[in-house]
Write a protein of this length. Structure first.
Length: 102
């Protein structure tokens, strides 16, 4: 239980230090690697005009679901749970198709 709480605290610190607190603002760490990452966001071009944005909360949801079937350390589960909740609080958390920024 202690490691789960530490993971939640670390996710809060990561959110505060790295992630923006509003939609459409770049994270403080924002690498770009065409064609999978644009300014710190997972973006996959699906056409010249549109892109699929994989929100970070989806990745952490996947980790939380996997932890039901395979061993995942409690620290990672706590961190993932914190960022899952944080990511779902954005206004655009369920917007997956967006304009292609590339």
């Amino acid at each position: 239980m202690l490691f789960l709480i530490i993971g939640l605290i670390l996710s809060k610190m990561y959110s505060y230090l790295v992630l923006p607190n509003k939609c459409n603002i770049e994270p403080k760490i924002n690498p770009s690697f065409y064609p999978i990452m644009f300014k710190g966001m997972l973006m996959f071009p699906i056409s010249e005009k549109k892109c699929c944005h994989v929100h970070h909360w989806i990745i952490y949801l996947f980790i939380c679901i996997c932890s039901l079937f395979i061993y995942v350390p409690k620290l990672i589960i706590g961190f993932s749970l914190g960022l899952l909740i944080q990511g779902m609080l954005y206004e655009d958390s369920f917007t997956f198709i967006c304009d292609n920024p590339y």
